[in-house]
Write a protein that binds this ligand. Structure first.
Ligand code: GLV
Ligand code: MN
Ligand code: MN
Length: 420
């Protein structure tokens, strides 16, 4: 049996090895189905094998490591899933997703070191598409297992025009057999995930770990504005149909709408904007922007998006610019199952000596897809200053060790009779 520090050090060494697998030297960038994702998946598969798991990569590129049940009984044909993701944003931190995958593998090692045998299978999953950065859809890998993947997403293309279908075939996956990867609800006990909080609550309260209550309601949209390109020196201001200026107005409207929703934890972000043709002396004839809207409840998110749509229409009419708003993703609130929250809270309290607080996750997670298959539960780990999606992401070694101990404790609680 290892202490929390030793478990944390083991996790940190593995996370460091994953951090070295990147498309951009000096930064961490590992997008879904990229060569770097393939190398990271191979390394994770190797660790899973060393931990005694039966390893396979599925048709969507997810790594699965299965620990067979150590005891016979009514739950021996079922499995508890523990996972997270190994894709990253551009210029990412090292812990987002990767910590959860590593925590699952180290927890398996620790169960073996403690001689604990489980009455059900335990499957560790390393998903590849939680960030949704390369393609406009997200959670392709977890939706595949959950049986909720819309097959039309396979035709979506990345910035180079490569469809998911082609990238998946190159990766070694099988775009024509994704449906066969869907798990049956009756075969699964639940889904657990360890993830950094990506926010400041735990740190501000002096707590290492928390229980996730739910994952926020989320929508992602793509706005395309079509105006009229023209000469920057000759077209008078009153006669312009500037597509970029129209979207600039929308960006500020989005901010205004979101600021009114503080009580519902409403947030809205425009993270990408481009203009065409994109020259210093040409009025933009076309512009595109992304929009991400999240809230603690579905009604607040839906109302905000409706208001944004109204503001978009007004702007378009006033400026003589046609603005389309396409829905890329809409995901309702994903609430953690009360029985899993109890098991997690027990696992955390046993290692920290404190009843953990419940925290709403503003960030998206694979649980938003897994909830279509099974009950979900998440352990949040304190991170420095709440910084994430940033190379400055930082987690204390001891906190990672405590999270792994809490995960082991949660699994044991489920094995000992928590509902399944
Ligand atoms: C993923 O981290 C997201 O919340 O967008
Ligand atoms: Mn993540
Ligand atoms: Mn992320």
């Amino acid at each position: 049996m290892s202490d929390a520090r030793a478990l944390g050090e083991r996790a940190e060494a593995m996370i460091g090895a994953l951090a070295g697998i990147t498309a951009e030297p000096g930064k961490i960038t590992r997008l879904y189905l990229s060569p770097e994702h393939r190398r990271a998946a191979a390394l994770v598969g190797e660790w899973m094998r060393q931990a005694g798991l039966s390893v396979r990569m599925d048709a969507a590129g997810t790594m699965h490591g299965l620990l067979a049940p150590g005891l016979s009984g009514p739950r021996a044909n079922r499995r508890l899933l523990v996972g997270s993701h190994i894709d990253t944003v551009v210029d990412a931190g090292r812990y987002d997703g990767n910590l959860g995958v590593v925590a699952g593998i180290v927890a398996v090692e620790e169960l073996a070191a403690r001689g604990i045998r489980l009455p059900f299978g335990l499957e560790i999953l390393a998903f590849g598409d939680e960030e949704g950065v390369r393609y406009p859809k997200t959670l392709v890998s977890s939706s595949t297992i959950a049986g909720s993947l819309d097959p039309t997403v396979l035709d979506m293309v990345d910035a180079t025009g490569m469809p998911i279908r082609g990238a998946l075939a190159e990766f070694g996956g099988d775009p024509d057999h994704l449906a066969a990867e869907a798990y049956l609800r009756g075969d699964v006990i639940g889904y657990l995930e360890v993830h950094i909080e990506q926010g400041p609550v735990l740190e501000s309260q002096g707590e290492a770990l928390g229980v996730v209550s739910a994952i926020a309601s989320q929508g992602r949209y793509r706005l395309t504005a079509r105006g009229e390109a023209g000469h920057a020196g000759t077209v008078p201001m009153a006669l312009r149909h500037d597509a970029l200026a129209a979207l600039a107005e929308v960006v500020l409207a989005v901010e205004e709408v979101a600021r009114k929703g503080v009580r519902d934890s409403l947030v809205a972000t425009v993270g990408e904007i481009t203009a065409r043709p994109g020259a210093v002396n040409v009025i933009p004839g076309e512009a595109m922007m992304s929009l991400d809207v999240r809230a603690a409840n579905d009604a607040a998110r839906v109302a905000a998006v409706e208001e944004i749509r109204r503001r978009v229409r007004d702007t378009g009419v006033r400026r003589g610019v046609v603005i389309g708003m396409e829905t890329m993703i809409e995901k309702p609130v994903a609430a953690a199952a009360p029985w899993l929250k109890r098991a997690i809270a027990g696992g955390i309290e046993a290692v920290t000596g404190r009843k953990p607080r419940e925290i709403m996750s503003g960030a998206g997670h694979d649980g938003q897809a897994m909830i279509n298959l099974t009950d979900i539960g998440m352990i949040f780990v304190r991170c420095r200053a709440g910084i994430s999606h940033n190379p400055l992401e930082s987690v204390m070694i001891e906190d990672m060790g405590l999270a792994i101990e809490a995960l082991v404790g949660t699994i044991v609680r489920i094995a000992e009779g928590g509902r399944a």
